[in-house]
Ligand binder design. Structure first.
Ligand code: NOS
Length: 341
């Protein structure tokens, strides 16, 4: 299928996105608006061309540094609401009908936004997005691994004390190197006991052992990235047998140097081993991509035609934590779209 035809097929295809970060999805328009508000007091350029250059990373640590400089732009609940609704608009414009947005409340609460105001702002945007954009948003609250156990404690507290209606899962992001997963077991145990689903990042910038730890210590039901599971055939077999999906974000892995180039991306080996996957964008504006583009990249890596791409979209729905009703509605939409496209 020609690339243009595939891209237009993807553009109209109803989709679910399971691995996309709140601040990481701030569009250049929103970042410019926030940077202009803090003119001179932030390294983040307001000019879109300069911003594109600013979003070029030498390694993963540099990516986290840039990511946190954008977090610094978010100073009050209004910024949080503006950001969240803007992300919802960008998702809905790509026919995303359901998304699990990874939110890092610690990073904003730690900068002075009260937890209650933060949660009210994201909930206000979620309700508006469902009503006005037909987009069902749910939250994953994730621990910024670079902030250690203090941030784990506070993230859990905010999740359990505020418990916004859209909250469904508990995660762990940030660097993996120097941030071993087992130390977070007590927090994931409490989050899971409270009914939150476990979706830590692992195997993005470190190897298979981190994925094993995420499964055995944190009770992971899905793995953020997990691409270096491909190093361990036993782990791939385990993921396939137990139906533990990997939330794969191909361009992210390239831009953060988690893989040297897309030709080496292990997505095809992971799928060939029978491991369930979903395709995601992670931090699309920061990586110069969109979810639609990630579907095109994945189709190229997996040599898929339109039917294969529609099946990728179905996988995103099936591996979501959406209600059965949302799942069946969205699967039916995908089927009717794929039938006529
Ligand atoms: O691809 C990624 N891997 C790991 N962390 C990420 C990624 N994208 C965004 N973050 C976010 O960076 C924050 C920095 O504190 C982490 O909390 C994580 O949510």
């Amino acid at each position: 299928m020609a690339k243009d035809d595939l891209a237009s097929f993807v553009a109209g295809l109803p989709k679910a996105e399971l691995h996309v970060h709140h601040v990481g999805s701030a569009s250049p328009r929103i970042v410019a608006e926030l940077a202009a508000r803090h003119e001179g007091r932030s390294p983040v350029p307001a000019d879109p061309a300069l911003l594109a250059e600013y979003f070029t990373f030498t390694d993963f640590a540099h990516f986290i540094e840039v990511y946190l400089s954008v977090v610094d732009l978010i100073r009050d609940a209004e910024d949080v609401r503006t950001l969240t609704y803007g992300v919802a608009q960008d998702l809905a414009a790509q026919q995303v009908r359901y998304a699990e947005l990874t939110v890092t409340p610690y990073s904003s609460v730690n900068r002075g936004i009260p937890a209650e105001a933060f949660c009210e702002a994201i909930e206000d945007a979620r309700i508006a997005a469902e009503k006005e954009l037909g987009l069902v948003l749910r939250w994953c609250f994730d621990i910024p691994g670079e902030a250690g156990l203090a941030s784990a404690e506070q993230t859990l507290r905010i999740a359990l004390d505020q418990r916004p209606d859209g909250l469904i899962s508990f995660g762990l992001g940030g660097p993996e190197i120097g941030v071993p997963r087992p130390q977070f077991k007590p927090y994931f145990d409490q989050a899971r006991a409270a009914g939150l689903r476990s979706v830590p990042h692992a195997g993005e910038t470190t190897g298979a052992q981190t994925v094993w730890d995420a499964i055995r210590e944190l009770g992971a039901e899905r793995i953020g990235h997990g691409i270096h599971a491909a190093q361990d055939p036993e782990l791939l077999a385990y993921l396939g047998e137990h139906g533990i999906p990997l939330e794969v974000c191909p361009t992210s892995n390239l831009r953060t140097r988690a893989v040297a180039d897309l030709a080496e991306h292990p997505l095809a080996a992971i799928v060939a081993a029978g491991v369930p996957v979903s395709v995601n964008s992670d931090d699309p504006p920061m990586f110069g991509t969109t979810l639609n583009n990630e579907y095109v990249v994945a189709a190229r890596l997996l040599d898929l035609d339109a039917a294969g791409v529609a099946e990728l979209a179905r996988q995103g729905v099936r591996h979501s934590f959406a209600s059965e009703q949302v799942k069946s509605t969205l699967l039916a939409e995908i089927d009717s779209y794929a039938a006529i496209a």
